[in-house]
Design a protein around this ligand. Structure first.
Ligand SMILES: *Cc1c(COP(=O)(O)O)cnc(C)c1O
Length: 371
């Protein structure tokens, strides 16, 4: 039996209008995907990131799938994704019948390396998915330049980084479209939920059509195209609207927690801290350190922390190591992704953590690392 969890990895802060808005859904009976909160939530997020269109979906994975369908990805196509990301980034490509191809990441940002992506280009490459990993923006300038040079699209997987900025631009506004996730542990949450953001009017229309079973907007039970039911419920959107009202606050809280970690661990001599690229502002969705001494030491630290009620996570398993992706092309086996995955440890990063909580977590971490 493990002891009670005192510090979960990332728990939601639902202290705003969430309760009132959800009650409104119950009292008015609007609990499916119709109702005022879905368009209100879409507009609020579009405004927040500076995009023209926002299309809410039932989770971030369906948002990725919808975006790729909207971009016309299909069998025979290749899409370049970083090996170090959540599995949904690559799976959405696979759902389309296309092939994800695995590039390495930059060691300083942990995001898709432009040079590595360049080495994987073939005649079948259709686009790139830049992931804003753990809240740090991907290299938007480099990736957009590569995409433009080769006639490819850039899709931004911003699932972990709402509120971050890269090259003076808000995450969620990079490339032809961006995808968000509102899973329960994300900085802004709806429990389960996702969204596609774009400035392209035609793409937005295709996304809305495909999200709603492909039913024509002006003719009931007429389906001009194969669609899906990827809609978000009004109840989830109600939570999302309340969260979005406080998004700046939730992001600022996360950055403050990261600042406390950085000041306490900078001289601890046991871990390497996450960096920020010039011009980038991370949201530190998770504060992820690299344990000096490798995987065995990292795993021992994680066990010790859990015994003290402190939940941690390793970084993602590089996707090209998973059974279903083992035969897919990689850039030389993605050594940077593998190194980061072996040493990475994400620490509790809930936005409600106080300074004394971070003190305690860091105290336990350094104590364990020295023992
Ligand atoms: C959370 C996440 C998603 C989407 O996940 P859902 O659980 O389906 O909302 C996609 N990509 C990345 C990088 C993520 O972290």
């Amino acid at each position: 039996m493990s002891p009670p969890l005192r510090y979960p990895l990332a728990a939601p802060d639902l202290s705003g209008n969430e309760r009132a808005y959800v009650l409104e859904c119950l009292e008015t009976g609007w609990i499916s995907s119709r109702g005022r909160f879905v368009p209100a939530f879409e507009e609020a997020v579009a405004r927040l990131v500076g995009r023209r269109h926002a299309v809410a979906t039932c989770n971030g994975t369906t948002a990725l799938h919808l975006a790729l369908l909207g971009l016309g990805v299909g069998p025979g196509d290749e899409v370049i994704v970083p090996s170090l990301t959540f599995v949904a980034t690559a799976n959405a490509v696979t759902y389309c019948g296309a092939r994800p191809v695995f590039a390495d990441v930059d060691p300083s940002t942990r995001c898709l390396s432009v040079e590595s992506a360049r080495r994987l280009l073939t005649a079948r490459t259709r686009g790139l998915i830049g992931v804003d990993l753990y809240g740090h923006p991907c290299d938007v300038t480099g990736l957009e330049a590569l995409a433009a040079e080769r006639g490819l699209w850039l899709l931004e997987d911003a699932a972990e980084a709402l509120g971050a900025e890269g090259a003076g631009r808000r995450v969620g506004s990079f490339g032809v479209a961006s995808v968000l996730s509102f899973f329960g542990n994300k900085t802004v949450t709806t429990g389960e939920g996702g969204m596609v953001l774009t400035d392209d009017d035609d793409l937005a229309a295709r996304l809305r059509l495909t999200r709603g079973q492909g039913q024509a907007p002006d003719r009931v039970y007429w389906f001009p195209t194969l669609g899906y039911n990827y809609r978000l419920t009004n109840v989830a959107a109600a939570i999302g609207l309340a969260q979005t009202e406080r998004a700046d606050r939730l992001v600022a809280d996360r950055r403050r927690v990261a600042g406390w970690y950085a000041s306490r661990l900078a001289d601890a001599d046991v871990v390497d801290l996450p960096g920020q690229a010039p011009g980038a502002r991370s949201v530190y969705w998770l504060y992820s350190v690299l344990v000096r001494g490798g995987a065995a030491r990292r795993d021992a630290l994680a066990r010790g922390l859990l015994a003290a009620g402190i939940e941690t996570r390793p970084l993602f398993t590089p996707l090209h190591e998973l059974p279903m992706y083992r035969e897919h092309p990689t850039d030389g086996g993605c050594p940077v992704s593998r190194d980061l995955a072996a040493r990475g440890l994400s620490l509790p990063t809930s936005s409600y953590l106080r300074e004394e909580d971070v003190d305690e977590i860091c105290g336990e971490l350094t104590r364990l690392a020295r023992s």
